[in-house]
Design a protein around this ligand. Structure first.
Ligand SMILES: CC(C)(COP(=O)(O)OP(=O)(O)OC[C@H]1O[C@@H](n2cnc3c(N)ncnc32)[C@H](O)[C@@H]1OP(=O)(O)O)[C@@H](O)C(=O)NCCC(=O)NCCS
Length: 273
């Protein structure tokens, strides 16, 4: 098997393999994925590796590189070639054997959870993407603490690092370049709003988080990703009703990080999902 970095002429086959791996999702999401794949050449921390058998591309691995901490955003093998050790080989050759790696994270679907466990990953937590249907509370119009910006500030990156253990600066920069807005609450919290999706929501307390979420909804936010244990917290406190769209299991390979998840009220599933 040959493993190599993607080239621009591979776009069609890469899209095909990724979309094939998403066949339980609706077409709107597939189209979004296709659009985002087309941007891959622009981004310096985003790598696509391809597995080839006899010059035919049969698998794709997309990795976000945050220096020593990596996110697997896509691992997909052509249906006809699944179960032949290609996925495990691709993952091992690119990531699992790297010496200076601290942590690899992935949001796995139900089907692939067992696969990642076999590669040595451990289960961390589950997260769910919700569609926001209704909301019964409104923002205090006098609230002058809330602002909308596209400028990424140091305090935001510091809060991100404090929350999750590392800074996702390159991802945030990319999302802003692609049109994401940042909604801030003084220097006490912020939320990213990108493509109608709210998150991450990082805030020093629940009230701030809720104000940020409401503002994001006012500005067009329709979807939000939340860690499972926090769901009842949201439902009871805000009367947001949501339709369950998708679920992901966070899997970890390597060290855990110092983090304060109390500051993270809703999460974005890292990468482009
Ligand atoms: C999940 C996926 C990447 C695995 O790649 P693969 O090449 O088919 O897997 P491998 O042949 O390398 O399997 C390695 C081991 O994992 C096991 N495994 C693979 N997929 C599995 C699954 N869905 N459920 C249970 N075990 C699985 C294999 O049986 C094998 O076990 P063994 O070492 O005991 O023989 C591939 O099936 C795929 O592309 N699926 C669709 C897209 C997807 O869901 N990607 C993951 C998104 S997070």
């Amino acid at each position: 098997m040959n493993i190599r970095l993607v080239r621009s002429e591979d776009i069609d086959i890469v899209s095909k393999i990724i979309v094939e791996g998403l066949d339980d999702r609706d077409s709107e999401i597939k189209e979004k994925v296709m659009e985002e794949i087309k941007l891959f050449n622009k981004v310096h921390f985003n790598y696509y590796y391809l597995a080839e058998l006899e010059n035919e591309v049969v698998g794709v691995l997309q990795v976000l590189d945050y220096e020593k901490i990596f996110h697997v955003s896509v691992l997909s093998i052509l249906k006809t070639h699944q179960g032949k050790d290609i996925g495990s080989h691709l993952l091992k050759s690119i990531l699992l054997n790297l010496k200076n790696i601290q942590l690899i994270q992935v949001y796995s679907n139900d089907a692939a959870k067992e696969f990642y466990l076999k590669q040595g990953f451990r289960y961390v937590e589950s997260a769910c993407l919700y569609e926001i249907n209704t909301i019964n509370i409104h923002l205090d119009q006098q609230n002058h603490d809330i602002e909308v910006t596209t400028k990424l500030m140091k305090w935001m990156l510091d809060l991100d690092k404090l929350t999750t253990g590392y800074s996702k600066r390159p991802l945030f920069e990319l999302l802003i370049e692609l049109g994401a807005k940042i909604i801030t609450y003084g220097k006490s919290g912020y939320v990213l709003l990108y493509n109608n999706t709210i998150g991450p929501v990082l805030a020093k307390n629940f009230e701030i988080a809720i104000n940020l979420i409401i503002k994001a909804i006012e500005l067009g936010g329709k979807y939000i990703t939340i860690l499972e244990p926090q769901l009842s917290h949201y439902k009871n406190s805000t009367k947001i009703t949501m339709r369950n769209l998708d679920i992901g299991h966070k899997m970890r390979f390597g060290d855990s990080l110092d983090k304060n998840l109390d500051l993270e009220f809703a999460i974005h599933s890292f990468g482009f999902s």
